[in-house]
Design a protein around this ligand. Structure first.
Ligand code: PHE
Length: 391
């Protein structure tokens, strides 16, 4: 006989427990008999329909009519039962939607797998193994990460190893040891995002989001004695509002080579080779003087625009990426300033004995140019329709 919700006259704990047990065994029995989506709908309506479902009925018949002093306990019971019923109905639903063949167990109530098998046999017949399976989208590297790997790969072939460092950095590594003294105006150019509540610490211990990957130069030299050749990929942050060419988070790849007798010629030769490996053997490189506190002399490296080939024009139109100049700035670089070596002198970096070069490039901008994307924000919005194009 089908279960009907009884009226309660006795509200003792024992009576409540008995009523709940009877309801649960009916739930178990009826959910176990569900064998098709249609039956599941009937089952769902009978138990959770707003209007006169069993859950509504126990609310009306048990809770609303309970005497005042029993209300709390009855309320708890009814809530508990409600949850179990909902989970069971829900489990049945998930179970149909996913077509899982394994029974789902919720709070001890089994949704029967056997019923599904029976349904599958009746409706689908034997499984046709020649039918195509469920296609799963294959993931792909994000265009920025892909560009990063390509750049790192070029340097790995030259014998460079990869180093990494923390994104939350101290003032010491991000600035001081890179020859930006406290209050030096060069710090202003970095639009730093500081971590709050650091004022009680000495300045060099205060935390910030690293504004460049250069602090890992120091961290690596503290750990490894010369000679070293490393590249350092990573995320950096600056207080720039997001727009088509700026983002408060972006990616850099740093490079550092230290040995005896490293010269500016080595820097030029290495970077010229790397640019040709990345953009094709026909690109030309060009160095212009610049300033960074941690390199001396410093330079910016330009390559002939790999969009227009250096002509500044695309057909009869002006070339936008190079602003018609035919040159694109790709990185900052220079010879490691002796003042920087002073901070790691004890680990074999005596500025009288060793020399080195360093460079740092923005990966996101290179990825933009490489893939002809006109808005940096596309890279960070996570829209699959955009990202799919790079799969
Ligand atoms: N860290 C510098 C920047 O973010 C780039 C750089 C790296 C310059 C290494 C010289 C040497 O602007």
């Amino acid at each position: 006989m089908a279960y009907t919700v009884p009226k309660l006259t006795d509200y003792s704990s024992a009576a409540l427990e008995k009523a709940a047990d009877t309801l649960l065994s009916a739930l178990k029995h009826e959910s176990g008999a569900v064998g098709s989506p249609d039956q599941w709908k009937t089952f769902r309506d009978r138990w959770v329909a707003r209007k006169n479902g069993i859950v509504t009925q126990i609310n009306d018949l048990w809770l609303k009519s309970a005497p005042k002093d029993a209300k709390r306990e009855v309320g708890q019971r009814v809530n508990e039962l409600k949850k179990i019923v909902e989970l069971t109905v829900d489990a049945g639903q998930k179970w149909w939607n996913t077509g899982a063949t394994v029974g789902v167990v919720h709070l001890g109530i089994e949704v029967p797998a056997a019923a599904l098998d029976k349904y599958a046999r009746e409706k689908v017949g034997p499984v046709d193994i020649t039918l195509p399976g469920v296609r799963r989208a294959i993931g792909a590297e994000h265009p920025v990460i892909k560009t990063m790997h390509e750049i790192v790969g070029v340097f790995q072939k030259l014998g460079y190893s990869v180093a990494e460092g923390p994104v939350v950095e101290t003032d010491y590594y991000n600035f001081e040891a890179l020859n930006f003294p406290p209050n030096h105006p060069a710090r202003d150019t970095q639009d730093t995002l500081f971590i709050a509540g650091q004022q009680s610490k000495p300045q060099r211990e205060r935390l910030l989001l690293r504004t460049h990957t250069s602090p890992v130069q120091i961290r690596t030299m503290e750990k490894m004695r010369p000679p070293i050749r490393i590249v350092i990929p990573g995320t950096v942050h600056r207080n720039d509002p997001p727009d088509a060419s700026h983002s408060p988070m972006f990616h850099q790849i740093e490079g550092l080579a230290v040995d005896t007798n490293i010269t500016f010629g080595d820097l030029k030769g290495t970077l010229d080779h790397a640019m040709k490996a990345l953009f094709g053997s026909s690109v030309k490189t060009h160095f212009r003087p610049s300033f960074f506190p941690f390199t001396e002399p410093s330079a910016e490296l330009y390559v002939t625009c790999f969009i227009c080939g250096g002509s500044g024009k695309r057909g009869s139109d002006p070339c936008r990426p190079c602003k018609q100049t035919g040159w694109i700035e790709v990185l900052g670089c220079g010879m490691v300033d002796p003042n920087v070596f002073e901070f790691v002198k004890d680990n074999g970096y005596d500025p009288k004995k060793v020399s080195g070069f360093a460079f740092g490039m923005g990966v996101d901008r290179l990825a933009l140019l490489k893939y002809g994307v006109d808005d940096l924000q596309y890279f960070f919005q996570g829209d699959v329709r955009f990202l799919e194009q790079f799969g």
